[in-house]
Ligand binder design. Structure first.
Ligand code: SF4
Ligand code: SF4
Length: 355
């Protein structure tokens, strides 16, 4: 039976939730190398809630410091194309200060690991992650246009440094394959403990949406599949319909059924929670919807001329050069676009939605 903690919290009081998490899921930290990995999607202000909040990171760092002498490392590989801005992403979000001097650039060293041949025969994984005795993942409660939700499993996509994340996006090609891909990355090094920032979550057009949701919770678990199952329920979804959870369960990485997951705390379904613009259909085992989803003519990113500043960042970062500027607004070529949603992630103006 898995357990998932659901604990009331504010950013001022999240240390209490962290204490509770370590009480429920004790870690033998003395003398170990402990790597703490927040979700650092890209450079942004903490108040945008695109990344794990610095208050939670600080609380976890101080808890580990308090428990026992340990070698602490804090790091992540920010989103697809911000890997060159690793340090600045931590600084701008406030996570650098919260890391209390333990920050390391996880993009600096990597080691090859055999990978699923359907995607790539091998991938580079941040060496600090592979060297960790204890890996603590700090996901953020958010929606995601491609995976519907981003939580414990998706946070591990950041163990891959450099441009290979973009390459893998391209190779995956369809939402269904991307769901499978993130599980393959997750199992390269399954974290030992997950503590999720759900104090302020994100709904709507995630993972960088302006639609924030006051939830007032910190979640914790020692199994990412169980945690994501609980998050899915809170979002009003049936976890059994999420392809990445189906895959994770089939691989023996954990369970998400309510009979096999005990919640420590109140699981409340968030009323009228807004899923990504696709309405979440990508997840459902419905042949008609799947057909629609894989038809390139049906979905593509669209820039809002009222928000777009024509900076060109999305065009520079599209892995398949599907975007070009027309009348000072980027337009996607439907035949080329692989719906990786990197353009949506990279746009600082939040000008891109999926239509
Ligand atoms: S990154 Fe955003 S603001 Fe810049 S060109 Fe693209 S859509 Fe416009
Ligand atoms: S246009 Fe956007 S969603 Fe399409 S392939 Fe390029 S970056 Fe990905």
């Amino acid at each position: 039976m898995h357990r998932v903690m659901i604990h009331p919290a504010s950013y001022d009081s999240c240390r209490q939730s962290v204490d509770k998490a370590f009480e429920l899921f004790p870690q033998d930290i003395a003398g170990k190398k402990v790597v703490i990995k927040p979700n650092v999607l890209r450079m942004s202000a903490a108040e945008e809630h695109i990344v794990t909040h610095p208050s939670l990171l600080r609380a976890v760092v101080e808890k580990v410091e308090h428990l026992s002498p340990a070698e602490i490392v804090v790091g992540d590989n920010p989103g697809l194309f911000s890997y060159g801005d690793n340090e600045n992403s931590f600084k701008k979000t406030g996570l650098m200060t919260a890391a209390k001097g333990y920050y390391r650039n996880l993009g600096n060293t990597s080691q090859k690991r055999a990978f699923h041949p359907d995607f790539m025969p091998e991938v580079g994984v941040s060496k600090e992650i592979l060297d960790a005795d204890i890996l603590i993942s700090l996901p953020k409660f958010k929606t995601h246009g491609l995976t519907i939700m981003t939580g414990a499993i998706k946070n591990s996509y950041g163990i891959l440094p450099g441009a290979q994340k973009a390459r893998l996006h391209q190779i995956a090609g369809t939402p269904a394959r991307f769901h499978e891909l993130i599980v393959e990355v997750f199992r390269l090094r399954v974290p030992d403990l997950f503590i999720m920032d759900a104090v302020v979550g994100m709904e709507g057009n995630g993972p960088a949406s302006p639609d924030l949701r006051e939830i007032g919770l910190i979640l914790a678990a020692d199994n990412g599949v169980a945690m994501d199952g609980v998050v899915a329920r809170m979002m009003g979804l049936d976890p059994a319909q999420l392809r990445f959870l189906q895959k994770a369960k089939a691989l023996g990485l954990g369970e998400f059924d309510s009979q096999t997951v005990q919640t420590e705390g109140q699981l409340t379904i968030l009323k009228d929670f807004k899923l990504p613009p696709l309405g979440g259909e990508a997840i459902f085992d419905n042949p008609t919807v799947q057909e629609l989803m894989t038809s390139k003519s049906q979905i593509r990113p669209q820039a809002d001329p009222a928000l777009c500043t024509a900076c060109g960042a999305c065009i520079d970062h599209c892995p398949v050069s599907a975007l070009s500027m027309m009348d000072a607004v980027p337009v996607a070529d439907a035949d080329l676009c692989i719906r990786c949603f990197c353009c949506q992630e990279i746009c600082l103006e939040k000008a891109i939605t999926l239509r």
